[in-house]
Ligand binder design. Structure first.
Ligand SMILES: C[S@@+](CC[C@H](N)C(=O)[O-])C[C@H]1O[C@@H](n2cnc3c(N)ncnc32)[C@H](O)[C@@H]1O
Length: 253
């Protein structure tokens, strides 16, 4: 299954912006849960490596490895973060080319089928006592119309590829084989300009190539959404009219 939001330089910049908004919170989560020395930590779906650096620092692992299916993102990750190892791997296939005592994923399972069964397969790769941490999207709540229109289109696009954007609810009620040490929501209000920055690049670099989007939404409406997001970025709108709800799951083998 292909990754919905592409692998271009624009997509990498979008993930950099996501890192800026989410990394401080992800880092605090990992620090609060990883209490033993870690030899190897694995970042599942590492993209261009921002989460890998965050995981390495937060877990204080001796070695950190990022796994991703995208050769473009991995090339970028190796260029930016030479302290870590990056390996191309399709995460729907087990075992992995590397073993680790801590595995972490963020914004990955929205793009994969059967997320609970995948997490169960991944948790079987852990040594006894090893940890699998997931931070995945459960909902995005907003009263701002342009954000709602953007999100409805993206939800449909991800669904058209057989996955579920708001995968968090499925994880929250998932049946896991190993011990679930934590299953909690995490709420993060985001400024309108940060949200617009994270959304805008998909309207220019992804939507125009997607048959699902082009078939469902008139070109004029797509342009209107894109322009409204750009205006919010240019205005530097610091109000928080949008809230991310993440699902955090921690499994211990
Ligand atoms: C939204 S990005 C998240 C990147 C990073 N975890 C973050 O939070 O910024 C999802 C990543 O998952 C990767 N991915 C999607 N399907 C995959 C698969 N089957 N195997 C490995 N990586 C995959 C994509 O290439 C992309 O880099």
């Amino acid at each position: 299954m292909r990754y919905t939001y592409g692998q271009s330089e624009t997509a990498a910049q979008r993930l950099k912006q996501i890192a800026r908004v989410f990394d401080p919170h992800s880092s605090a989560f990992i620090k609060s849960q990883v209490d033993l020395p870690v030899k190897v930590a694995i970042d599942l779906g590492c993209g261009p490596g921002f989460t890998t650096r965050m995981l390495a620092r937060a877990s204080r692992a001796a070695n950190t490895c990022g796994l991703d299916a995208s050769s473009e993102f991995l090339r970028e990750a190796k260029r930016r973060f030479s302290d870590y190892e990056f390996i191309q791997h399709d995460l729907t296939r087990t075992p992995f080319p590397v073993n680790g005592g801590v595995m972490y994923c963020r914004f990955l399972l929205s793009h994969l089928r059967q997320p609970v069964s995948l997490m169960n397969r991944w948790s079987r790769l852990l040594p006894t006592g090893g940890l699998l941490l997931a931070e995945e999207l459960e909902a995005i709540d907003t009263g701002i119309e342009v954000f709602q229109r953007y999100l409805t289109i993206n939800q449909g696009l991800v669904a058209s590829q057989g996955a579920r954007l708001y995968v968090g609810a499925e994880l929250a009620r998932g049946k896991f084989d190993a011990r679930v040490r934590l299953n909690q929501p995490f709420i993060l209000p985001v400024t309108n300009s940060d949200a617009a920055t994270m959304f805008f690049s998909n309207t220019t670099s992804i939507w125009e190539k997607e048959e699902f989007v082009l078939g469902k939404v008139p070109a004029a409406e797509l342009r209107e959404i894109s322009q409204a997001l750009k205006a919010m970025i240019d205005d530097g709108d610091r109000r928080t009219g949008i809230i991310w709800k993440m699902r955090r799951i921690l499994i211990q083998a």
